[in-house]
Design a protein. Structure first.
Length: 234
């Protein structure tokens, strides 16, 4: 069965400096392998046999390392942005997309069952599916609430708030790509607001397993420790 995945790997990795001063973010190691190689191995195990990597910053180094994918017995090709197109804009550069395909950020580590996620999207006939997870953020300040007369009516010392956030992993129907303007900076936020305006509401899949945003230094350190116990079934 033909299964296609698009990996967005064109970022500069500014949050991971100094690691990314000499190497592109997709090649930053987590354990003994680059983050992007871990993702490719995961996708291969879940039946994906064609991966397109969207590159920009230090593109030649990324392409030299991963080549055509024959090392992993799958097909790898590339799209190269002539200017920054954000997260969803690069999809307009790919002209042979199947009806449904996976899109994910190249700095995400998770033990999500990508095959299940793919099948769920298709079985539900979704246009767009977002993998999501609940996260708690702590505010490092005393938070003030005032009334209309500027008088304090509530005080919270360093409160915590829970949010449902995108994991940076999506399933997309090709129809949605027609809504993305070509040669234009167009992000995930732009596309979500557009789909909401069109009443074509994306589906949310809430996941409570392991998920690390490697672009965040604290997540990067946690993922490195977790990988010692092989939590990603490599």
């Amino acid at each position: 069965m033909y299964k296609r995945a698009i990996i967005l790997a064109g970022g500069k990795g500014t949050r991971l400096k100094p690691y990314t001063m000499a190497i592109p973010k997709p090649l930053v190691p987590v354990g003994d392998k680059p983050i992007l190689e871990i993702i490719i191995r995961q996708l291969l195990k879940h039946g994906f046999n064609h991966i397109t990597i969207s590159v920009n910053h230090m593109a030649d180094i990324v392409k030299a390392f991963f080549g055509d994918g024959s090392r992993w017995d799958l097909k790898i090709d590339y799209t190269l942005e002539s200017k920054p197109l954000s997260t969803m804009g690069p999809l307009t550069l790919i002209h042979d997309l199947p009806d449904d395909f996976l899109v994910m950020n190249g700095d995400v580590l998770t033990d999500l069952d990508f095959e299940m996620f793919y099948k769920r999207h298709i079985d539900n006939e979704n246009n767009f599916t977002i993998a999501s997870q609940r996260r708690t953020d702590k505010i490092d300040y005393g938070v003030l609430t005032k009334d209309q007369g500027n008088r304090l009516i509530k005080f919270d010392e360093k409160p915590s708030y829970e949010f449902l956030v995108s994991m940076g992993v999506y399933m997309v129907n090709r129809k949605v790509v027609s809504y993305i303007p070509k040669d234009t900076f167009f992000g995930f936020d732009h596309l979500m607001n557009l789909l909401i305006d069109k009443s074509e509401l994306p589906d949310i899949f809430e996941y409570d397993g392991k998920w690390f945003d490697i672009g965040r230094p604290d997540d990067y350190e946690k993922a490195t420790l977790e990988l010692e116990n092989k939590p990603f079934n490599l």
